[in-house]
Ligand binder design. Structure first.
Ligand SMILES: Cc1ncc(C[n+]2csc(CCOP(=O)(O)OP(=O)(O)O)c2C)c(N)n1
Ligand SMILES: [Mg+2]
Length: 281
């Protein structure tokens, strides 16, 4: 198992990748990506049991579905640095004919991607299909998902949530990136989410909270606890409190960098705050 320091170093390199990828093409989504960096790092470097010899059906492997597909920069960086495809390919982010489209797609055949996402609200439904298939196949591995909090304003999420509990899909762990921000402002301003814990519980889920979603050890503990709660008849939800734009001072705590690229000076500042650890692509 990697040490906390190793996971922090990994996260720091991922943060560099995120801002460099988005800067290079002057487009993409750094804010949510930076806020979920520790989550992806812990998930792929410690928690999930997977093969980088990628197969679409992923039998006898843990699976991950990114529902808020706009945060593809963090996903691509972590997949590359976990061995799914060459790190150098990060330089093709959002280019014509690249496998690294702005929002993940399956058509391009990028290892690690099992569903096209970006049209918000669909990932939990897809993941439930995969989770049920695992049960039918006698495969005891777990299906993980990630969703934005603003994404929860999509009705399909709640249809899926109802289905998951009703059908006792207890091999799924769905994490909510609870940053309190979305594209046009705070979630409170755009459309308040109310008491999310009470809502998921009312839908029949087992809910736990990770209060420090940008702290490696807290994310580790939360994911480990969530795993112990699988197989008990209920789907499991993690409300993970994060700081949008975490790790880059001028991007932190605001929706302003939801989908905006840094200019040259801003990139230099972001990189100075996150020195190279594993080597730039
Ligand atoms: C169905 C759908 N409607 C609208 C959008 C446009 N959109 C992209 S990201 C986003 C905000 C989502 O907020 P959240 O899930 O909290 O993501 P964050 O800003 O925290 O990264 C919206 C409305 C979309 N991608 N899909
Ligand atoms: Mg959000």
């Amino acid at each position: 198992m990697p040490t906390t320091q190793e996971l922090q170093d990994f996260s720091q390199q991922v943060r560099r990748d995120i801002v460099r990828m988005v800067h290079a093409v002057s487009s993409g989504h750094p804010g949510g990506s930076l806020g979920c960096t520790e989550f992806f790092t812990v998930l792929y470097q410690e928690v999930m049991d997977y093969s980088t010899d990628f197969t679409m059906d992923g039998k006898n492997e843990d699976l991950f579905f990114l529902s808020n597909g706009h945060i593809s920069p963090v996903f691509y960086s972590v997949l590359a640095r976990s061995g799914f495809f060459p790190v150098s390919e990060l330089a093709t982010f959002r280019l014509i004919n690249s496998r690294l489209q702005g929002h993940p797609t399956t058509h391009e055949g990028l290892p690690g991607i099992r569903v096209a996402s970006g049209s918000l609200g669909q990932g939990m439904s897809v993941a439930l299909g995969a989770a049920e298939a695992k049960k039918l196949n006698g495969d005891d591995k777990i299906v993980y998902t990630l969703h934005g909090d603003g994404e929860l304003q999509e009705g399909q999420v709640w249809e899926a949530a109802m289905y998951a509990a009703g059908k006792k899909v207890d091999n799924i762990i769905s994490t909510i990136d609870y940053n309190g921000q979305q594209i046009d402002g705070s979630t409170d301003h755009v459309l308040p989410l109310g008491d999310l814990k009470a809502k998921f519980e009312a839908f029949g889920w087992d809910v736990l909270e990770v209060k420090k979603g940008n702290d490696i050890d807290s994310v580790k503990a939360g994911l480990a606890e969530a795993k112990t709660r699988t197989g008990k008849g209920k789907p499991v939800c993690i409300l993970m409190y994060t700081d949008m734009g975490h790790g880059v001072d001028f991007m932190s705590g605001t929706h302003a960098w939801h989908g905006k690229a840094p200019n040259d000076e801003q990139l230099a500042s972001a990189l100075a705050q996150n020195p190279e650890t594993l080597g730039d692509y």
